[in-house]
Design a protein around this ligand. Structure first.
Ligand code: ZN
Length: 501
């Protein structure tokens, strides 16, 4: 089942149009042809004969929000952990996403895509993991999920050639012999085999026509050998694919990077030739001024995930500072297993507040317009979608219609401020993607949520039994991880910021 085809021409009448340059949205009509915005004008805008009229009275239209960083394998693992650092989450990963059948991979992605679109998000950058190696079938299953929901996406196999236990210096040695041996079963597949698998996926990829593109995500720099990261870069550049890596998400990562490479993680990625306009660094909580300047100068992107950064205790990304240094920042939710909803309105609210809590000086705060820009045009740039993230002639008709009679808009004082600080997705009435209504009158047009819930519950029950053994192992390992990694995080590590040059 797929969303109904968009009529050739559509005219949206009666809406207010969000515009960050104006304090309050003004009335405007929008003409769409072939799923693309053809004209925007005052009420009464001319439309060709036969254009389908969409009555948008009492709605506010804003561009579809774009999620710059999430993990569709997290959909079935929502709400599993509470007091988890990133390292405890990584220790739990083998059971959180373990023993998945092909149908589970699609189901998990469908849950995420359905939630995102219901909450006003029209495109996502999905770093999707399969163990021990990525597969064409798995990637197709995830792409199918997005296509069925009607969303755009970049889907990147999230890959490594070292296990978490190999990636943290000293951690294997801290394990008792039996547990150290047991971690062999948690090693990802051979690096060369993984690169060959990614190349095969790239050859086989057939989803570009649906706005669903392939990326490559070497997951965390020190979880990969040099040859492996460079291999990912080579494949990505040879095939025109975007690259995405978690960089400086936790202090443990920052400390480990300095110890292994004698430089920051971002500098190491640059040394490996990865950083550029097609590259997105996720999180960047522990990046310093030189790193942020490097990202800005190379045209790289940063995916800011404030909910996850707080949920996992990683810290606060300096959003205002990064913007001042010229970094392109997109906004993400991160996975449902660590933040836990996929609500971009909440990500905007968190981004604003996480910026403001860092300083008593308002000039060091991100404004609501900055946050709104990150969640739309900023994320679009991270995904490489030049025709999304804003409402202008020539852009895709990816539009969200909010009900102005919903409580979040009573009264409607300042549009962008309320989008960031007051909206929580409960006002979303319609969501249009490429001229097609993926959400109509608050209902998903394409996926039956009752059936989805039934399938998810059956999968949950089956996977809980199937992963019991690997969970028991992970629980034992977590005890060591939970004491070893905070020790690393206690080491001195100075982030050089606000350095005047
Ligand atoms: Zn992530």
């Amino acid at each position: 089942m797929s969303a109904a085809a968009a009529p050739a021409a559509q005219i949206i009448r009666g809406a207010l149009l969000a515009d960050p340059a104006k304090p309050r949205a003004q009335p405007a009509d929008i003409l769409i042809t072939g799923g693309v915005i053809a004209a925007i004008g005052p009420p009464g805008l001319a439309a060709p004969d036969g254009a389908t009229a969409i009555d948008a009275a009492n709605t506010l239209v804003h561009p579809g929000l774009i999620n710059a960083h999430m993990h569709s394998h997290g959909g079935l693992a929502r709400g599993q952990g509470d007091k988890w650092t990133l390292e405890l989450l990584l220790a739990a990963a083998p059971w959180l996403g373990g023993n998945r059948a092909l149908a589970d991979k699609k189901l998990s992605a469908t849950i995420c895509a359905a939630e995102m679109v219901l909450k006003g998000c029209t495109a996502a950058y999905d770093l999707f993991a399969e163990f021990p190696l990525p597969t064409s079938e798995g990637m197709d299953a995830v792409a199918e999920a997005y296509a069925e929901v009607g969303m755009r996406a970049v889907i990147a196999p999230m890959v490594a050639d070292l296990s978490f236990y190999q990636a943290i210096p000293g951690l294997l040695d801290a394990l008792p012999d039996d547990l150290r041996r047991a971690t062999d079963s948690l090693r990802p597949g051979d690096g060369a085999a993984c690169l060959a698998a990614i190349e095969a996926i790239a050859r086989h990829w057939s989803w570009d026509h649906a706005g669903i593109r392939l990326g490559v995500a070497p997951t965390i720099p020190h979880h990969c050998t040099e040859g492996f990261v460079c291999g990912c870069g080579r494949i990505a550049r040879a095939n025109g694919l975007r690259l995405h890596t978690h960089v400086g998400e936790s202090k443990v990562q920052a400390v480990v990077g300095q110890r292994l490479y004698g430089r920051t993680l971002l500098q190491q990625m640059h040394h490996w030739g990865i950083v550029g306009p097609d590259f997105t660094a996720a999180h960047g909580v522990w990046l310093d001024d030189a790193d942020l300047r490097l990202l800005a100068e190379t045209g790289g992107n940063l995916a800011h995930n404030p909910g996850s950064n707080m949920r996992l205790g990683n810290g606060l990304f300096p959003l205002r500072h990064a913007l001042d240094l010229g970094v392109t920042v997109g906004l993400g939710t991160d996975g449902a297993n660590c933040s836990d909803n996929q609500n971009m309105y909440e990500a905007m609210r968190y981004a604003s507040m996480a910026s403001k809590v860092q300083s008593p000086r308002v000039e060091e705060w991100a404004a609501v317009e900055d946050v709104y820009h990150a969640a739309t045009a900023g994320s679009a740039r991270a995904l490489g979608f030049g025709d999304a993230g804003e409402i202008r002639v020539g852009a895709k008709a990816d539009l969200v219609f909010l009900d102005l009679r919903a409580i979040n808009w009573i009264p409607h004082n300042r549009t962008v401020n309320q989008l960031v600080h007051a909206e929580d997705a409960t006002s979303v009435r319609h969501v249009m993607i490429g001229g097609r209504l993926a959400v109509h009158d608050r209902m998903l047009a394409t996926v039956d949520l009752v059936r989805l819930a039934r399938e998810a519950e059956a999968a949950r029950e089956r996977l809980e039994a199937a992963t019991a053994e690997v969970k028991a192992l992970a629980d034992k390992l977590s005890v060591v991880v939970g004491s070893f990694c905070p020790g690393l995080a206690a080491e001195p590590y100075q982030v050089r910021r606000y350095v005047r040059e």
